[in-house]
Design a protein. Sequence first.
Length: 464
Amino acid sequence: MSDDTARPYDPGEPRARGGHGVVLGASIAGLFAARVLSDTFDRVTLVDRDQLPVTDENRRGVPQGRHAHAILPAGTRGLQEMFPGLLEEFEAAGTPVVREPTEMHFAPGGHLLCQEGRYADPTPTYQPTRPQLEGQVRARVAKLPGVEVIDRCEAAGLLSTPDGSRVTGVRVVGRDGGAERELTADLVVDATGRGGRTTRWLADLGYEPPREDRVAVDIKYVSRSLRLAPGALGRRKVVIVGAEPGRPTGATLLQHDQDHWMLTLIGYSGHHPPTDPADFLEFAKPIVPPDVFEALCAAEPLDDPVAHRYPASVRRRYERLEKFPDGLLVFGDAICSFNPVYGQGMSVAALQAAVLRECLARGRERLPYRFFRAAGRRIEVAWQMAVGSDLALPQVEGDRPLPVRLINAYFTRLLTAAERDPVLTQEFVKVSSLLSSPLILLNPVTVGRVALGNLSGRPARPGR
Ligand SMILES: Cc1cc2nc3c(=O)[nH]c(=O)nc-3n(C[C@H](O)[C@H](O)[C@H](O)COP(=O)(O)OP(=O)(O)OC[C@H]3O[C@@H](n4cnc5c(N)ncnc54)[C@H](O)[C@@H]3O)c2cc1C
């Protein structure tokens, strides 16, 4: 991967135009896919089984919307390109924006990263709630010419040519009890989330399903919205404390409005956060810095703690299939669902959107083959970073071959040095934001800084 992981997509004039694209699932990935299809298809139909809210509300099909969601800078760039002006509107409406290291307390793996200096990359982090982000993106997609959004409508199966070599549409059932009907399409995009309907549908058409890579993380999220006193956390707008080998728990505290914050506590297997309000707060005590805990104790709860279990990261290797029907793509979490603690899902969906746009610009010939291969390369980097970090925790089961152990040992040293080194901090943040290849962390200058930072003899600063 080059150092321009999230470069703007400008593939030039597409080779094929017209036709009907159907996107299944109108969550973030489906919306991004519909946005891209609308550039080259005359008509795009977006289908979701939920009733889609008019305002920025949580909904049943996206239970994760009740929990802390951050979009990484790579995703921010994707939003800027696909929906110009959207992020500026959020900021004008009061959404907090992180631009300076002092505004972020980021402690991955037990190391509080340096808060000095300025970010070299100017891409800021915007902090709308997940329903706000999805709601505003949906409103924009719905206004695109040729786009129709059909909600309360469930995709039930695929239509295909008699020999199954091409998908020609989808069977859908209205959730109001109507009869099944057929939507014919030149391209169907499955963005129905980690449940991944396509694996079953492929079997119906006589194809092998993709191999699945799984990492059982057994994570539980418990989250609650809070009103914090203005200025309670000084300049900080986000506090992220990751798990570490001796403490497989973590916390994210995100500011969404002047006084509205979301606190999410997480724990790996056997260390799950409780939902009882008093115990929930107590769980945060050994994780967050003392002044943050004080602010949490003084905060006014705005709702009850709500839980979400996440058993395993799942990656479906569509790029390795020898046979796959034309006229069908899989997109977003349906290809790869990442351990959410690394906040990658929406940003990887944005990277897939860029890949799809580039693929469509070169025509529709062998589209699935080209898309899965190119998307697989983008996914690979994010997947390896997430899995590598998970395997640094003894609580996560899985093989740890020598390269994983060596890279994790190096990362521990890199994070130790980054506690006092703003340059290393910035390089790490660029990589974990999916803006740069992890290879930049292995260049000789960086390795030298890491070595020096670990020689200094100064004790590491605690992640808290
Ligand atoms: C607890 C948690 C926290 C997360 N935090 C972050 C974060 O901080 N940052 C980040 O970038 N990502 C995060 N993610 C991941 C992020 O939510 C997803 O990557 C993102 O929503 C894109 O997923 P998706 O659109 O592919 O699928 P989903 O969001 O799962 O949406 C699937 C959609 O398909 C619809 N659907 C399902 N079946 C059918 C059907 N048969 N017919 C019609 N419609 C159907 C559903 O109603 C839904 O709208 C988190 C995930 C979890 C679980």
